[in-house]
Write a protein that binds this ligand. Structure first.
Ligand code: ADP
Ligand code: MG
Length: 317
């Protein structure tokens, strides 16, 4: 199979939303009048972001999901992606499964693959995503205001808990593992939430590197502090069984691979946020508030600060 056969067979689909898609020297894309492009890139490297031998369908899903999550965190509507892929060989079974996982999520969000690059090499997947939104409505990290509520979508820590089990740092039952694995393998990007929060949230971030570390980016950019109530943090029934252990707590506070949104919104927007939660069928939980100062304090149920053991994942630390 030639490189061009491979691209045609596994990565070329109709792209009615693009002026020009795959096949020329570049794609041509047009956003609606008054909108700006939101552009973001995420790379997944074998051995760093996924285990060699990872299920290719799940990998196709996740490669796109992590990029969609960045659009969600910006409040952007995802429109197009490019895919740069290095492959050790043209394994057709692998390619078939990978592209099925990738396009199944792409179809769900009406996102089109409009270009990319294909080379031989150690498995490496790099997606650039292009979204659009009205410029003034982007959800920036720097917008948090003193007295804002701090909100979180979904549950925290399940992906990290599943990974801890795989790395033999703790033992889950078969049932527990089954309940947590989807968070690790098939994260659901909160695209509809991001769009719904335009004009409501003052700031937002996706917590792919863990709650505390990513919330810190909002606090730094906004030059404010946060007080978080540990007992309010939303967790699954599985995680709640492990939350007394330091490792369980660490999964909740700083576990990576949670593609939930953390956002801040004015107190007067509480009803709006609840309405969004109902409409999307997605739990949105108020976990604390923004205050003057710098840094983040996490209080236990008695209002005593927990020791901050937690920081976000950093590849170079
Ligand atoms: P160039 O020589 O300009 O780099 P290529 O021959 O690499 O172009 O690619 C041919 C076409 O196929 C281009 O439109 C490119 O964007 C697209 N393409 C290449 N690899 C991929 C891929 N993995 N996924 C989607 N499109 C791809
Ligand atoms: Mg090329």
């Amino acid at each position: 199979m030639t490189e061009f056969d491979l691209i045609r067979r596994y990565f070329t689909r109709a792209t009615p939303n693009a002026m020009l898609g795959i096949g020329d020297d570049s794609a041509l894309l047009q956003v609606a009048r008054g909108n700006v492009l939101a552009v973001s890139t995420d790379m997944l490297v074998s051995g760093t972001h996924f285990l060699p031998g990872a299920d290719p369908y799940m990998l196709g899903h996740k490669t796109l999901a992590v990029n969609l999550s960045d659009m969600a965190a910006m409040g952007a509507t995802p429109r197009w992606v490019t895919l740069a892929i290095a492959l050790p060989d043209a394994d057709e079974v692998w390619l078939e499964r990978f592209s099925a996982g990738f396009f199944s999520l792409a179809d769900q969000y009406d996102v089109e693959l409009v270009g990319g690059d294909t080379t031989r090499g150690p498995l490496n997947l790099c997606v650039t995503i292009f979204g659009e939104l009205p410029a003034q409505q982007a959800l920036l990290r720097k917008g948090a205001q003193i007295n804002d509520d701090v909100w979180i979508s979904g549950n925290l820590g399940d992906a990290a808990l599943a990974l801890a089990h795989l790395n033999k740092k703790l033992l889950l039952t078969a049932g527990e593992l089954e309940a947590c694995m989807p968070a690790l393998l098939e994260p659901q990007p909160r695209v509809s939430l991001g769009i719904a929060l335009r004009g409501i949230a003052n700031s937002a971030i996706d917590i792919s590197d863990g709650l505390l570390g990513d919330l810190d980016h909002i606090l730094d950019a906004s030059q404010v502090a946060a007080v978080i109530d540990f007992s309010l943090l939303p967790v699954s029934s599985v995680l709640s069984r492990h939350i007394q252990q330091p490792l369980g707590r660490q999964c909740v506070l700083s576990g990576g691979d949670d593609y939930e949104l953390c956002f801040t919104a004015p107190v007067i927007r509480r009803a709006d946020v609840s309405d969004i939660s109902t409409r999307l069928g997605l739990p949105l939980t108020r976990i604390g508030m923004i205050v003057a100062g710098r840094g983040c304090i996490v209080n236990d149920a008695a209002g005593k600060p927990l020791k901050a053991e937690a920081n976000s994942y950093d590849h170079f630390r």
